[in-house]
Design a protein around this ligand. Sequence first.
Ligand code: BGC
Length: 761
Amino acid sequence: MTFFRSLRSHALHSLCFLIFFPGLLLIVDLGSVPALAQSESGANRPASRPWMNPSLTADERAALVVKEMTIDEKISLLHGTGMKGLSPMSPLAVRSNGGAGYVVGVPRLGIPDINMADSAYGVRSSGENGKYSTALPSNVGAAASWDVNAAFEYGALIGREVKAQGYNMSIGGGVDLAREPRNGRTFEYMGEDPVLAGNMIAGLIRGVQAQHVMGDIKHYAMNDQESGRNAVNVHIDERSMRESDLLAFEIGVRDGNPSGVMCSYNRVNGDYACENKYLLTDVLKKDWKFKGFVLSDWQGTHSTAKASAAGLDHEEPGEIFYGAALKEAVKSGRVPMAEVDDHVRRIVRSLFANGVIDDPPEKSVVDVQGGFDVSRTIEEHSIVLLKNQSGQLPLDAASVHSIAVIGPHADVGMISGGGSAQVDPPGGNAIMPPGKGQSIWNTEIWFPTSPLKTIRAKAAGAKVQFNSGGDAASAAALAKASDVAIVYAYQWESEGMDLDSLSLPLHQDELIAAVAAANPHTIVVLETGGPVTMPWANQVSGILEAWYGGSQGAEAVANVLFGEVNPSGKLPLTFPISDADLPHREIVKPPDASTTHDEPDAWKKIAAGLPAFQTTYDEGVKVGYKWYDAEKKAVLFPFGYGLSYTSYRYSGLTVTPAAAGAKTQLHFTVTNTGSRAGIETAEVYAALPAVAAEPPKRLVGFSRVSLNPGESKDVTVEVDPVYLSIFNVKQDGWQLLPGDYAFMVGGSSQSLPLTQTVSLK
Ligand code: BGC
């Protein structure tokens, strides 16, 4: 396990920093305390602050203020001043809001401190800080809604709560592709496809930043496994990287305009991501014209001059390389002042551009009920109905007499994703004795959204009984004696670990098989971070993928089970039949313990650079369905798949090829052929000309259509030319190859009834 596991174990937290930042007090005293002492009315306050004029552009305002800064003021903006555990050590940390990152501002010039909150699916550390935050469904769950507006609402809720808690930067925004679905952070990302993931993350970031807090996208890049993340060297060819993981980031940066890009822990083709000139400068800043700042993942830094030249703007959480060492490097000429100015300008510009300076956070009470509504609605649109044999669902509350609710902790709560994404549940972990309000690193945290209670509330006239499933035989006996059995099965994920396999843990496969053998009306509700294998899939009558459902998970699931909500989610990643079908049999792990040690001074070795071990992502661009398509492997449930309580028909496709550089347009009709209102996500894929040598198809667009029974709607999807292009390494750019493009439209990557081939030039 990594350094950060030990860092976050509360007992070691302060100790680590004590050793971690031996010179911190000294540095702080010399650099930043005098700046703090300069009050707004102090002698150093400039006569006027023209950069405070909101009618100037963010760039103009940043240029004006950076000119006024001393070197110490600049450097104070280029590194963090620790996490909460550091508080007793630093006179400045008392001003920290208790989040993962705290940066001392320049009050003399009106530049505020930056308080960063981890906030992947809600604001972290609420328990520890005596606050409250909503848990949204896991990020991959939200991606299953295929709803960019929902992603915006997701981000907006995070932005509001971050701000209400007194932070001005959200550091969520994970978008590494599920290239390796056993990655322990799959729940924190947006699935396996760059077009879906990129569009969803862009929506989320726009939502965050619309609240006048800075947003972030992470972990840039190729942080597709947690095992040995501080040491691993990922090998991948440039074209594949640009067309897969980097395309998700490209769309996120282009359309989301985040303030921050968090570089990742791992190495990419030799260099650590946080000192990787190719990633940070050539691609991000030059090609994508990223205007914000690059911040390191927490202790993802390994150098001063090299990182600065490569494009790292800001070090977190301390100042190993970007404090006194950076000042010294500037003095000795190893780092040009212009480079430092650029780092600072990017940070200050982001503060202006997102309204953080003009509309600073004011602490307030989070809207708990409003958060519930947003969280539940998004979850309702994210749940994927995977199987519904003989119309088993929705359940009819009036006619069902007895229901068995089975599964670990299904009486009290639903599981949530761990690590730095963890949101603290109100009242503490639902499975712990009362009083345990704070989440414990690397411990399963269950939210008090009770499946049993919600089922009882829905089916008030039925006998609803619970069995934990610890003993499969007694669970099966209860199932046999009930009209319907609902098994809530789970698989927990967290940062800092990967899954050994996609199998459900704790003998849940055996449990489900036993229950299904006892009752033909068995429905499985999956609370998982990503795909799981389902050896029992043919034996059960219904399967719902609920992801990690958030604060209102059980309510949302019950609304789908009983038909108040017609499911509309579609899988944002493939569910393979077995682990053996994945591109890699196993995740390559570090060869020895020295790369993942827990000893207190591990930070020194990490900072110096751990010995690299190699992993080669030789599946390249063939991530997820592109792999199964290319390898002609059958899957359990394909990418883009999801059932509804109604049915849809697709008809009348016309494709209008666009002139070079413009968007190709598709028109088609979707009809609701069933008897319930529903929402269908129409998916558009393209097969490139053979000369492109690409996998058989790729997602190039999608559109959600809301339809009453019998209703038809004409749908238009415009396809971005980049989504149809290949990345030409020699020309260092996207290239649309002339030739025949087959466009395919339908309701899943494996159900595409409409096809038309057009020639594009
Ligand atoms: C994680 C980041 C997180 C940071 C601060 C790191 O371990 O990888 O995602 O933002 O810690 O908590």
